[in-house]
Ligand binder design. Structure first.
Ligand code: ATP
Ligand code: MG
Length: 565
């Protein structure tokens, strides 16, 4: 497996620590998701970054569930996250941890701070705590409970844990400084009371640690060296350091980087959940979703996501990456690895009037021009064929080199044919195109050297395998779907045409046996993936992973509510 290139500022910081011997040359990172949703492309960045660093330094990488908030967490999310991290190449070996397993140790450490006079039980409500907090440049007010004795605090905190008090009635707070210039340092809450069922701990606990208190302890327990997180935690770093210093325990280094944001995409678990619940998509793994499971089901490879992360890199400056960069890294890979096949998505029938009835020829087609070892295959050819409806125009626009009356066109690796007439139904739709073929051009080349500008793909009507094919477009029309003005909702930016289902595409016969989860290039149409859930040998269902060429110019011109076109 390839490693993430050593190109970002985090590597420099780690090199410095290694040079000074700060962590005895160890490098140990972690990915700490909250199990309250499926992972998205932002999380993928973090997994690829953290596991890539561990791999580059021959260090270790942990997967740790930050399951400190019982109300929104579910086993389904835990399972999906484990699968996604493994799929992305995040090798945590046997180091799969749950923060909730550290609750007893965290409680003991909290009691240690209580006994040292550095934490107190506060009876203010959440609103009162907020009101006492002050504002930037304006000091907060001490809680009236700040002066409680160590004995009273120890007694009350223990009784909080035993469940003697109702939800929200008390908190445990660090005793730091209510006038501190950094608001995070103004006596932050460490524990709240919450009588809730925890997905692993059941009702063992009714006090739950806050993120700022818990996170550094989790890192410390696991002997993490570099705790990498997103920029919004920069102002929390002094608190991360304060807790560890007060306890005098092993102290990792927190490092922040800018969140990954992708154009025409949202990366908020809350909003992704809303799209699932409200039926805007078919589930967390809908191939239009920016979730890891969505990308996987669409046919993306883990290697292409890693290549994308390497290409875009990480930094401390927030920015929006373009989807076409991701798509290009995917095309680069699929171009080299995908077998080519013939498929017609929107079929129109062609009859070769001078071709013998009942005759079948086997045409030789290259499996992959990028890979000689892939060899060739036989594709049957007959008097009746399907071609792509778009490849025929009765009245052609300028420079139309495909099939149109009176013009010769090449059928890929077969013959040169010429359209002589069309058959229409009562409504005037073309139901059949009648052509003649030139028997001297088998393989597709004219012996007299005459130039044929257009080449189109085909399948034999008699041998074709009908299939369902799903085409996708961006889920959102706006580049920054969440940036909507007052009174608007990000869902107004949903692309109403993000899914097109073709119920009766026609495939070359070899695709009848396509294994679910296999990838192909359908010539001239893009890269396609046999859906791992819906596709069955004999009844294939294909998702288009990506088109052959970049189509983003078209999409970005579409306007969106409250956004310029
Ligand atoms: P969301 O806002 O979608 O709920 P989160 O940050 O609350 O995301 P966590 O489960 O806490 O979700 O995230 C786990 C890890 O993934 C954290 O270390 C977080 O910093 C990182 N992460 C989350 N979103 C992104 C992103 N867009 N880019 C990079 N890293 C991210
Ligand atoms: Mg979070």
């Amino acid at each position: 497996m390839e490693t993430t290139a050593k190109t970002n500022f985090i590597y420099e910081l780690i090199d410095k620590d290694n040079a000074s011997g700060r962590f005895e040359g160890r490098v140990h990172t972690r990915f700490p998701p909250e199990p309250n949703g499926y992972l998205h492309i932002g999380h993928a960045t973090s997994i690829i970054l953290n596991s890539g660093i561990a791999r580059a330094y021959k260090g270790k990488f942990n997967l740790r569930f930050d399951d400190t908030n019982p109300s929104k967490e579910e086993q389904e999310y835990v399972d999906s996250i484990v699968e996604d991290v493994k799929w992305l190449g995040g090798d945590f070996e046997d180091r799969l941890f749950f923060a909730s397993d550290y609750f007893p140790q965290m409680y003991d450490w909290a009691m240690q701070l209580v006994k040292a006079g550095k934490a107190y039980v506060c009876d203010l409500t959440a609103d009162e705590v907020r009101a006492h907090r002050g504002a930037p440049g304006e000091p907060g007010k001490d809680s009236p409970f700040r002066g409680r004795s160590v004995e009273e605090n120890a007694d009350l905190f223990e009784r909080m844990r035993k469940g003697e008090f109702p939800d929200g009635s008390r908190t445990l707070r660090a005793k730091i400084d209510m006038a501190h210039p950094n608001l995070n340092m103004r006596d932050p809450v460490m524990y709240r009371i919450l009588h809730a069922e925890h997905h692993r701990q059941g009702d063992k606990w009714c006090i739950y640690p806050m993120y700022d208190w818990a996170h550094g302890l989790e890192d410390s327990i696991e002997k993490i060296t570099h705790s990498i997180c997103t920029l919004e935690f920069e102002d929390h770093r002094p608190l991360y350091d304060w807790f560890l210093d007060q306890l005098g325990i092993y102290h990792p280094q927190q490092i922040e980087f800018a969140r990954r944001t992708l154009g025409n995409t949202i990366t908020s678990k809350r909003k992704l959940l809303e799209l699932v619940k409200d039926g805007h998509v078919e589930g967390w793994d809908d191939p239009r979703m920016p979730t890891v499971s969505g990308y996987r089901r669409r046919g993306y490879t883990a290697a292409s996501l890693r290549a994308f992360c390497d290409e875009v890199g990480i930094s401390r400056v927030p920015g929006v990456s373009d989807i076409w960069v991701l798509e290009n890294s995917l095309r680069n890979e699929l171009n080299k690895t995908s077998p080519r096949r013939l498929a017609v998505l929107k079929p129109v029938k062609v009859v070769l009037t001078n071709y013998p009835e009942g005759q079948t020829e086997e045409m030789d087609l290259l499996n992959n021009p990028e890979d000689e070892a892939a060899g060739t295959r036989k594709v049957p050819f007959c008097r009746e064929l399907y071609i792509e409806a778009d490849d025929f125009k009765e009245v052609p626009p300028k420079k139309f080199f495909r099939m149109t009356p009176g013009q010769e066109v090449r059928l890929r690796a077969a013959y040169i044919v010429k359209c002589e007439s069309v058959v229409k139904d009562a409504a005037g739709n073309v139901t059949e195109v009648r052509c003649t073929y030139d028997p001297a051009t088998r393989g597709g080349d004219a012996p007299d050297g005459r130039k044929i500008k257009g080449t189109i793909h085909w399948v034999s009507a008699k041998h074709a395998v009908p299939a369902k094919v799903r085409l996708y477009d961006a889920l959102f029309t706006a580049r920054s779907p969440e940036a909507v003005p007052e009174g608007h909702d990000y869902k107004e930016n949903l692309n109403q045409a993000s899914l097109e289902v073709l119920e009766r595409a026609m495939l070359e016969p070899s695709l009848a046996a396509a294994a679910p989860g296999s990838r192909y290039q359908f010539e001239r149409l893009g890269y396609f993936f046999a859906d791992p859930k819906d596709s069955k040998p004999g009844a294939p269902v294909f998702n288009r992973t990506v088109t052959l060429k970049d189509t983003w110019a078209k999409i970005e011109q579409k306007g969106a509510p409250g956004q310029p076109a």
